[in-house]
Design a protein around this ligand. Sequence first.
Ligand SMILES: [Zn+2]
Length: 339
Amino acid sequence: MHGAADVRIESVPDARLTEPTDALVRVARACICGSDLWPYRTMERSETGRRMGHEAIGVVDAVGAEVRTMKVGDVVVMPFAYSDGSCVFCHEGLQTSCIHGGFFGSGEVDGAQAEALRVPQADGTLVVLPVGEGDALMPSLLTLSDVMGTGHHAAVAGKVAPGKTVAVVGDGAVGLCGVIAARRLGAEQIIILGHHRDRIALAEEFGATEVVSERGDEAVERVRELTDGFGVHSVLECVGLEQSMLTALSIARPGGAVGRVGVPQDDTLPASQLAFYNNVTVSGGPAPVRAYIGELLPDVLDGSIEPGRVLDRTVPLDEVPDGYRAMNERQAIKVMVEP
Ligand SMILES: [Zn+2]
């Protein structure tokens, strides 16, 4: 990406191993992320550009001398953050804060919207999958690299539990995966806040029990009507704008929790007093998706969840710029890249 709305496909030197803990991964499928749309709208012009993409599933092409958990030919899923798997934060299940970690496509390391990339800390980062490259489950397995794990993180941070009432703010890929996660964790009522017809339809198939298409104060009013006037136990904030956070805090019932995973576009949180007087917990951040793969993988493999359905458009590598445009114009929920 060279600037706002300026995505180009360029030839760069082949990815190669540089550390003994690296793996080289040939990308089988990658994604364009909703969070890639923030720089797509606002990035200042850059001479060097930024290599984009942080979600991938692929095949191990080479491993460094110290890599133990995978071999050439293994199919692996790549979380959007790399992590060593051995530091204090990795042991606590917060791999996004790994002392030796970082984020793919951030400028420090390669991006995944590519034919191949170098993966640092391969043993801590990558998870070997029990499937072949052509498996029909590849799209759903790919979502474990970000959106399904992120939706799950919103649900965990929002304290979703059996019998609870839940609202999901945002009907993008993460919000839709949040619906899957809330249902999977046993929520009784799942209200989706969004207004794109196709996305709402998918949310209902994923387990949403009610739809609120109003915005702002009307949306808050509507959620209260659906919850005996109290609001919900758990809110999954999957947008990151001031307005969406204000809505989230306004529909949490006293003692409730907001799990936020939308990348915040503001420095401060709105409705601080409201959250305070209602004893509302605000939690969340970049999802440690690496920690969740073990829990979510069996449900993907046995077909009990199908998060890959959020990937509603596929483009080859040379049409990635068109994929960005389609997502930015809301013509696609989420675009999958097949190099
Ligand atoms: Zn670590």
